[in-house]
Design a protein around this ligand. Structure first.
Ligand code: FES
Length: 245
């Protein structure tokens, strides 16, 4: 979950990179109500750090995966509160922003073995779902571009597979919960659906079983040993050069 930056170290307004290199284009933004000149091509996270703040919480992966850096902001002349991940959202002239430290939410405690993969689990664990007024605010506030309202509607119908599918890329940043007028805890509903799906609905995968068997039989031991012996730098290079879908 997210948290804000803490402890400003020292001001660092400048328009010229160190070492006499080319000038950077700066723009002025408001960070927690105070104006700062920051590089025009910075992410919000980069701008916060450029301004001299140390982010001690509210940053994790720095690549849009962990959801730790939820941020709200407004742009000049726009009444709307915008939401974004600080590590992925670029600054804009006149932007006024604050990081969201944490969005409280009551997590239901359940024994997955005692639930059924249908609407009864939703009714029992997250009845707030049925307060949804279909305003779509959750979808509009999702920095991942997920169809949040659609999966809330699917939860109301007990369509667990659809909830799992539509919420799959949720990073639990909490922005939908924060903006929801019905005070639904959407990410937690998504997590419940994923667990129900995994426990009851997923099809067996012969490919996975085969791969697990190969791992257990030591088919990858040499490669693991090689990875474990690599430096962080070499590991990082290998990681980013990997084949991805
Ligand atoms: S730091 Fe992980 S999503 Fe931004």
């Amino acid at each position: 979950m997210a948290c804000a930056m803490a402890g400003k170290t020292e001001g660092s307004k400048t328009s010229q990179a160190e070492g006499g290199q080319a000038k950077q284009k700066l723009i002025t933004i408001q960070i927690m109500g105070k104006p700062h000149d920051v590089p025009a091509d910075a992410t919000i996270m980069g701008a916060i750090e450029y301004a001299g703040h140390q982010i001690i919480r509210g940053a994790g992966c720095r690549e849009g995966y962990c959801g730790a850096c939820a941020t709200i902001y407004r742009l000049p002349g726009d009444h709307k509160i915008q939401t974004g991940l600080a590590c992925m959202t670029m600054v804009e002239e006149g932007m006024s922003l604050a990081q969201v430290p944490y969005v409280p939410a009551e997590k239901a405690i359940y024994d997955i073995e005692k639930l059924k993969p249908n609407v009864s689990a939703i009714q029992e664990m997250y009845p707030s779902v049925f307060r949804c007024v279909a305003c779509n605010t959750c979808t509009k506030s999702c920095p991942q571009g997920l169809q949040v309202m659609d999966y809330v509607q699917a939860a109301k119908r007990g369509d667990i597979a659809m909830v799992m599918d539509l919420s799959f890329d949720c990073v639990v940043c909490g922005m939908c919960m924060l903006r929801c007028p019905a005070e639904i805890t959407q990410p937690l509903v998504g997590i419940l659906a994923k667990r129900l799906y995994g426990r009851y609905l997923r099809k067996d995968s012969p490919e996975l079983a085969e791969r697990v068997k190969a791992v257990e039989e030591g088919a990858y031991d040499t490669e693991y040993a090689e990875l474990m012996s690599m430096s962080r730098e070499a590991l990082s290079k290998r990681y980013y050069a990997r084949d991805t879908e």
